[in-house]
Design a protein around this ligand. Structure first.
Ligand code: ADP
Ligand code: MG
Length: 643
């Protein structure tokens, strides 16, 4: 339903549509209605008067561009009245669609410069910027040193050019260093450079920020944008009520480009927009907040006022998961114990504690189940269609159980970054190190990775540290001898100490060994030559496996209480046990001998049984939660399944 109010800028009387002083030429020269241009392009501001808002910024830009020549003469030593005289570049930042590019273009033109634009679609990696800087036959150099009059791409460059680097924060991961190269360029440029970015805080912009004058563009107010939009609607002969336009502008947060796009789309589809349509268009806008995992976690775990139907909530929560399916579940898992659940609202007394624990328990189970699903998704099966199930189990369900007040923005209950990522990295590192150690010790160990970790490593550790702790420097020689006996190196010493748990945790152990002893241990080890085995851990997968038969597996869950993380280390290895022949082939004649009578705790030789194959469960380091999690060792690195 249209209420028919046609609002033409002229009908508002003189002075009414202040910000829309469209130049008559730009209006009359336009062919209205049939072109396939989008409205934002068709109605791109043709003069600075067309730009809504940004008046102060425009004035500053013009002043800076106007003073360019004299600043260049004084070699950018005089700050001038506005303090901009020392800058060879300006960094414009602000949200999208508010006229940054248009303003930069128009300001440059108004000051007598020819704007030359590079934007995100141009290659602007460090390499490209370097090439442009170095070989002088490419774009940027042409313009910044005013060489010839035509560039390789055939754009005539006037004597006075102004380089506009649009969307410089698009110089992201792929072309790291691009911003630094540009900053370098800015320090010596002979023409003004205007950089434009959406997010001034972006990490990769640091070098640019320090090299240029910072100018923040904020969203123009609804009023300024409204008159511009209404005048465009008038020219398009489209009828849209004023309040709908206002609603749209507010919904789009003054993103003029988006407002124009939406209006054009509605015009094409429906020849206009009424109150209802306007509302639903705004609703689609509001659905689209850009949210990081921190925000999503706040929404998921924060208290909710009822009112929305549970179906809507389910959908909304699944949406939150899909903001970042890799990170949001980890955030939920990291933070789900910090709330005071809404569900406990009516419960009092000791019951409250019990019920709280029950809720936590249910949530934890759901997270565990989610890990099983996750293994199906990221493992060898790649069942991506299970993502919604994962969404419910990893995020929606736990959140629905424990959501409530308590999650802060700062302080101890603030939403924190998932520690799982750090644990995971550490676990991968430890696995790798331990695999190396195991490969070297294979002549005297015939077990799979889990066995090796569970029996040999704790058995070896005392021999590596005891004499250093007890005898200090006098213990060094015996320690080195032990290392040699097992083909281990000084780095392997670190690796084994690294995986210690409980009383043997590396922090505790290393504290007991004086620094001077550690130093001379390293020195003395390095001063000698040592035997090393040549077989690399990497070659282990080529080794023949034992014959398949019914196998016993250690139930790794039982030892979860010891250390989940380290069990994970253990289950990282499922590989073949070397046959005795293999060991002899290695040319190691000392293989099966243990050093001395005192020492080596030989594991029960269940190795032959437990050696190879699937069925060993793996998990994810939730040591701090004390509950079992299964399924994932690492994303993109499914547990190796043998035989
Ligand atoms: N402040 C504004 N005044 C008038 N038109 C605008 C304004 N901001 C955006 N627009 C419209 O949106 C289009 C895109 O603007 P642009 O300058 O590219 O935005 P940004 O660079 O900030 O993303 C312009 O062509 C113009 O039609
Ligand atoms: Mg732009």
């Amino acid at each position: 339903m249209y209420d028919g109010s046609i609002i033409a800028p002229r009908s508002r009387g003189p002075g009414g549509g202040a910000a829309t002083a469209t130049s008559p030429t730009s209006t009359s020269s336009r062919h209205v209605g049939t072109s396939h241009e989008t409205w934002p392009d068709r109605y791109a501001p043709q003069s600075l008067g067309d730009v809504c808002g940004h008046k102060a910024q425009i004035a500053k830009l013009q002043l800076w561009l106007g003073g360019w020549n004299s600043n260049l003469k004084s070699d950018f030593t005089r700050p001038g009245k506005d303090g901009m005289g020392t800058f060879r570049a300006v960094m414009i930042s602000g949200p999208p669609g508010i006229g940054k590019t248009a303003t930069a273009r128009l300001c440059a033109a108004a000051a007598g410069f020819t704007p030359v634009e590079f934007n995100a679609s141009d290659a602007r990696s460090k390499r490209m910027v370097d090439i442009q800087v170095n070989t002088s036959n490419m774009a940027l150099d042409r313009w910044t040193v005013r060489a010839a009059s035509t560039s390789t791409v055939g754009v005539a460059s006037a004597d006075r050019t102004c380089v506009i680097m649009d969307e410089v924060d698009g110089m992201s991961s792929g072309d790291r260093g691009g911003a630094a190269a540009l900053a370098e360029r800015i320090r010596s440029t002979k023409v003004p450079i205007i950089c434009i970015a959406n997010d001034r805080g972006a990490q990769n912009l640091k070098p640019l920020i320090s090299a240029s004058y910072n100018m923040v563009f904020s969203r123009p107010d609804t009023f300024a944008v409204r008159s511009r939009v209404l005048s465009i609607l008038y020219r398009e002969r489209v009828t849209v009520p004023v309040h709908v336009v206002e609603q749209l502008i507010q919904g789009a947060q003054s993103d003029v480009r988006q407002v124009l796009n939406i209006l054009q789309m509605w015009t094409v589809l429906k020849h206009g927009m009424g109150t209802e349509e306007g509302r639903s268009a705004v609703a689609t806008l509001e659905r689209r907040p850009v949210m990081n995992p921190f925000g999503a976690t706040h929404q998921l775990l924060g208290s909710r006022t009822s009112g929305t139907s549970s179906m809507d909530m389910l959908e909304a929560d699944i949406d939150l998961y899909f903001h970042d399916p890799a990170m949001v579940p980890l955030f939920v898992q990291e933070n789900y114990l910090k709330t005071t659940p809404d569900r406990l609202h009516a419960v009092v007394g000791p019951r409250k504690v019990v019920e709280h624990l029950e809720l936590m328990d249910k949530a934890a189970r759901s997270l565990s189940d989610a890990d099983i699903v996750d293994a199906k998704i990221h493992g060898s099966t790649q069942y991506w269609s299970l993502l919604p199930v994962h969404a419910v189990q990893s995020t929606v369900n736990p959140a629905s159980l424990v959501r409530g007040n308590g999650l802060g923005y700062t302080g101890p209950t603030a939403v924190s970054f998932p520690q799982w990522l750090g644990h995971n990295t550490r676990q991968i590192k430890l696995s790798r190190q331990l695999a190396e150690v195991q490969a070297k010790m294979r002549p005297s160990t015939a077990v799979d990775g889990a066995e090796f970790r569970l029996w040999y490593v704790p058995g070896t550790l005392p021999h590596l540290v005891r004499s250093l702790v007890m005898d200090g420097a006098r213990g060094i020689d015996s320690t080195i001898r032990f290392l040699e006996q097992y083909n281990l190196s000084r780095e392997d010493w670190d690796a084994i100490v690294d995986v210690g748990v409980g009383d043997n945790a590396s922090a505790i152990v290393l504290k007991k060994i004086p620094t001077s002893v550690k130093t001379s241990f390293t020195k003395r080890y390095n001063s000698r030559t040592h035997r090393v085995r040549s077989r690399k851990a990497a070659a282990r997968s080529d080794l023949p496996g034992p014959p398949a038969h019914d196998k016993l597996y250690p139930d790794l869950e039982e030892i979860h209480s010891v250390s989940v993380e380290l069990c994970m280390v253990a289950v990282g290895f499922h590989y073949a046990v070397q046959s005795d022949d293999d060991m002899l082939d290695d040319g190691d004649d000392r293989d099966a001998n243990t050093p001395g009578s005192d020492a080596f705790i030989l594991p029960p030789r269940i190795a032959a049984v437990a050696a190879r194959g699937g069925g060993v469960r793996s998990g994810r380091g939730r040591a701090d939660r004390g509950h079992t999690a299964r399924g994932r060792v690492a994303r993109g690195r499914a547990p190796r399944r043998g035989g």
